[in-house]
Write a protein that binds this ligand. Sequence first.
Ligand code: SF4
Length: 464
Amino acid sequence: MGHPRSLPMFPSRLDVACDVLASHARPGPRYTSYPPATQFRPSFAAAGAASELAAIRDGDDISLYAHIPFCSQLCWYCGCNVEATRDRSKGSRYVDVLLRELALVAGAMGGRPRVVDMSLGGGSPNFLEIGDLARLVDDVRRWFTIPRDAMLGIELDPRDTRPEQIDALAAIGFRRVSVGVQDFDEAVQTIIHRHQSADATRAVIERARARGFDSVNVDLVYGLPGQTPASVGRTLDEVVRLAPDRLAVFGYAHLPHLRPHQRLVERAAPVPDIPQRIELLRVVMDRLADAGYVRIGLDHFARPGDPLARASAEGRLGRNFQGYVVHATDRLIGIGASAISDSGHAYWQNHVDTEAWTQEVNAGRLPVVRGVALADDDELRRFVIMRLMCDGRLDFAEVEARFGIPFTDTFAAELTALAAEYAELAIVDRARGAIAATPLGHHLIRNIAAVFDRYAPSSGSPSI
Ligand code: SF4
């Protein structure tokens, strides 16, 4: 991480002509990891994960993520690993296995690390009964130290969250809540099969605030069938009235070959094309800028005084599978079906299928299905890509000091490519030893990052 400094923020408005942006849009990774998950291989499995975990020592800081793959009904746009069910007992049985996995993971580590950040995601973690949530956190405390200032966060689906759950979460120690909204327009909600009123959403947010939650985040999606600039504007007006501390705004990734249920959203209205996506995003950004939010990296927004906004301005932003985060530690340990871990030197993913994950855990094995150990070159390129994704710029001296390499020699081909083919997006200042995204390049930062990706990215979601 860099020292505290004042960085230019990502532009808060999309002040670029649609055809210019559209001409640069192309599929690619979102760089929540590098190498991207498409490079994870079955050859890196439980043994590789065990040796990475063994290197985590007493008192080391870790982030912990637990994946809860249940929702009480399926949203048709959903791109997550999720099972729709109303059988809450599945949640209890799932937590039984999760606690066994936690014991395996903790047992593989060399001591008692500190969990400085813990997130429950899914799916819908609120699918779990209060008692199951409590025994999960109790077991985390059993194996790890949770310092008093640790941040415990949870994703909530307002359609399925009871007031007493919020009270219980506060009592357990949760302080950050991420509330899924996506879109408040009734026609869009019918198309995506997700009916959620602004009143129900407001009730969850107000209850969380009243119970002392520090941070309320809201998730939105643009690019859904049926969305128009006018409908998205109305959704944003409603969202601004909810006054979240942060927002994550994701472009809808329509991948029906991977998620067949997504074909259902095409039945009533076509999936917006790239120019339409751009106009929808323009409305989102304008409304949030008008309301005083600043943009954090590619797709997050926050109030100027928010810790995420301060981290962004000071070059302390991190990026992992949860998106942009205040950088606390390089180690993210994921538990639960499909969860991904990052030791700083390797990534690994658990079995996606809940049954396969359960069988491995019950057999006493770390339930790892694939992963990748980072070569020195991967670690170097990851640093470059993550700083670009977080800061929109890169100082050669920072890379040289950290990795002991001559930047311009090591990345001669990339710098030539940037200057020749990406001059509209990035300025290469050899004299000052820096790459800086242009205002246009900030909106297309994934394209700039991809120049440093040696795995020749060509698949993923559109870059806008
Ligand atoms: S609530 Fe979220 S995870 Fe669950 S089905 Fe809907 S989009 Fe998917």
